[in-house]
Write a protein that binds this ligand. Structure first.
Ligand SMILES: *[C@@H]1O[C@H](CO)[C@@H](O)[C@H](O)[C@H]1NC(C)=O
Length: 208
């Protein structure tokens, strides 16, 4: 009887351990992170290049990243009067980002945005696009065509319904739900917020 109970306890422990193992591998365990940013915004550049990218390099297997290049911009439904926080130049770059993101898949999206936020110039954006396997003419066609406008309107809609304004750019949203607490923490320390969701990850075991 006692032996039976011991075996039963052992079985439960083994099941729990097995459970923890498989959790690490399940895709639904991934965190969704949406980054609402502006292409010429200094805080967006700071966050993406100094804080987010290093965290992404550690946790990429566990993250679904979505970039939304719009921020505090404004565009009319018919596409006229597109105004951006950092001027006309930013509007052009936002559309380039939107078109490139539309043509790229996950890892390349992160690499493109990281590269473009550092380079800033249009020529730099072209280099970043080519590095990630895109054809610059395709992007130009998108930027100057219906697709670029549709993507910009979609970015505006997404930004307005998902963020708190946004009051601050970049706004970073975990698992599709805005949280002021996560927002404040993430800006300088995305790893601490990622670790709230991925407590089992070895990099989260000790204070970083
Ligand atoms: C992540 O986003 C996808 C679709 O965008 C959604 O189906 C899924 O439920 C989200 N996961 C979490 C944990 O919120």
């Amino acid at each position: 009887m006692v032996l039976g109970q011991a075996c039963y306890t052992l079985l439960i422990i083994l099941l729990l351990l097995a459970g923890c193992r498989t959790l690490e591998l399940q895709p639904q365990q991934k965190i969704n992170i949406s980054i609402y940013y502006e292409s010429l915004c200094p805080d967006s550049k700071l966050f993406i290049t100094q804080y987010f990218y290093p965290a992404y390099e550690i946790f990429s297997n566990y993250l679904n990243i979505r970039f939304i290049p719009f921020g505090k911009a404004n565009i009319r439904e018919d596409g006229s009067e597109y105004t951006c926080q950092h001027g006309k130049e930013e509007c052009v770059r936002n559309i380039i980002h939107g078109c490139a993101l539309d043509m790229l898949t996950s890892t390349n999206q992160v690499e493109f945005v990281y590269c473009a936020m550092i380079k800033r110039t249009i020529m730099g954006h072209k280099e970043c696009a080519i590095q990630n396997g895109l054809i610059w003419e395709d992007i130009q066609n998108c930027v100057n065509g219906e697709r670029g406008l549709a993507l910009t309107l979609l970015a505006q809609y997404d930004t307005r319904i998902s963020t708190d304004g946004p009051k601050f750019v970049p706004t970073i949203i975990f698992n599709n739900k805005f949280s002021q607490e996560n927002q404040k923490l993430t800006f300088r320390d995305p790893i601490s917020v990622i670790c709230k969701y991925l407590a089992f990850h070895p990099q989260c075991d000790e204070p970083i």
